[in-house]
Design a protein around this ligand. Structure first.
Ligand code: PRT
Ligand code: MG
Length: 207
């Protein structure tokens, strides 16, 4: 039998994806939320789930260690790897990738400093806009950077906007709308087509 592995993003995406799996008739052998395990068999024979950091999902799928994965579009835009198809928009964990800055910052002339976790996305966006910028990589708490004078602008995820507001920041430009996506390794899509298609159909049917 063909073994299929689906890599899930832990955290807020997992929270929304678990009910989708349930509706799709995919039941983990143990309660995922209440366990520290990272690999779960399911009620479907030879179909298992992995629980990963979002940034690692495209890597596992690119190299075929997982056949399929679910990750935020923000992670996919930032990922330079490729080697997978984006097969389904799950329309979950919706948010926006935006630029933001302090309220009192004027229209920046000349070179600005941009702090972000999304370095590749930011580079591409500012280049596209023809704006001179330098980039500082951060791993979290982007909203602190303009407050402490580390950067003029940030590129970050915005949902309600409360996080920015709490730090006296305002959103400026929309870079991309974000939601959770299903990705599939390109080789697996060919060699395991029927089994993978059956799982995509299950998920699509449950949306
Ligand atoms: O744990 P890890 O370091 O891997 O990442 P993480 O802690 O950011 O993961 P998690 O569980 O937050 O999930 C991240 C994924 O969820 C992202 O890749 C997005 O695709 C999606 N998502 C949806 C969000 C949000 N909404 C969101 N609001 N990811 C992060 N946020 C954060 C944002 O970074 C900011 O700090 O929430 C804050 C903004 O929210 P508002 O409502 O205050 O605007
Ligand atoms: Mg987290």
């Amino acid at each position: 039998m063909t073994q299929i592995t689906l890599a899930l993003t832990k955290g807020r995406i997992l929270k929304e994806v678990l009910p989708l799996l349930e509706t799709s008739g995919i039941r983990p052998s143990q309660d995922i939320a209440g366990s520290r395990k990272l690999v779960f068999q399911t009620n479907i024979e030879n179909f298992r789930l992995l629980i990963l950091r979002g940034v690692d999902v495209p890597t596992y799928v690119q190299f075929g260690a997982a056949d399929m994965g679910i990750a935020g579009k923000d992670i996919l835009l930032e990922d330079a790897g490729g080697g997978y198809y984006e097969s389904l928009d799950l329309d979950m964990a919706r948010c926006r990738l935006m630029t933001a800055s302090s309220k009192d910052t004027g229209i920046g002339e000349g070179r600005i400093i941009v702090a972000t976790k999304y370095i590749n996305v930011a580079r591409k966006y500012y280049a596209q806009k023809g704006r001179q910028a330098e980039f500082i990589k951060l791993y979290g708490a982007m909203e602190l950077a303009p407050v402490l004078g580390l950067a003029d602008e940030i590129v970050d995820i915005v949902d309600t906007g409360n996080t920015l507001k709490a730090h006296g920041l305002v959103t400026k430009e929309l870079i991309a709308n974000v939601s959770a996506r299903l990705i599939v390794n390109k080789t697996a899509m060919k060699t395991k087509f029927e089994v993978i298609q059956a799982i995509i159909d299950r998920l699509r049917g449950a949306l």
